[in-house]
Design a protein around this ligand. Structure first.
Ligand SMILES: [Zn+2]
Ligand SMILES: [Zn+2]
Length: 133
């Protein structure tokens, strides 16, 4: 279970669902891996073959790009291997290819709309929270 919010841009109508929390059945790691970007998936599969996995965590997280000031929403998958190794998914900004960073509680006014570039993002008027699982 997780929570989600919809944000929308008051200028152009762009909207984005921000989901957070553990939200899927992570029992099937192979399935989860197929949902990752291809380079990430490949890395995860390689490590999975080489090492014994002792723990898997997967959460939807909100990411920000420092350079562009835009928010996005991705699955953060962490694999812990016997012997102390760890894999964590990383994501790059679509526009500037900077590393995205996880942000816990975004202040919407600090970000710009990825479509029109205006700082007019706000909570969507039609829905406040989404329950998802
Ligand atoms: Zn960027
Ligand atoms: Zn916009």
């Amino acid at each position: 279970m997780g929570w989600g919010t919809v944000i929308e841009c008051k200028s152009c109508g762009y909207n984005l669902e921000l989901l957070e929390g553990p939200g899927m059945g992570y029992c099937d790691l192979d399935f989860v891996i197929t949902m990752l970007e291809s380079d990430q998936a490949q890395k995860a599969l390689e490590l999975k073959d080489r090492f014994e996995i002792i723990r898997v965590d997967g959460y939807m997280k909100i990411y920000e790009c420092h350079s562009c000031n835009v928010l996005s929403n991705y699955l953060c998958l962490q694999l812990f291997f016997e012997g102390g190794g760890k894999f964590e998914t990383t994501y790059l900004c679509d526009k500037c290819k900077s590393h995205l960073e996880i942000i816990e509680e975004p202040v919407l006014s600090d970000y710009v709309c990825p479509e029109c570039g205006n700082s007019t993002l706000g909570p969507s008027s039609f829905i406040a929270r989404i329950d998802w699982d």
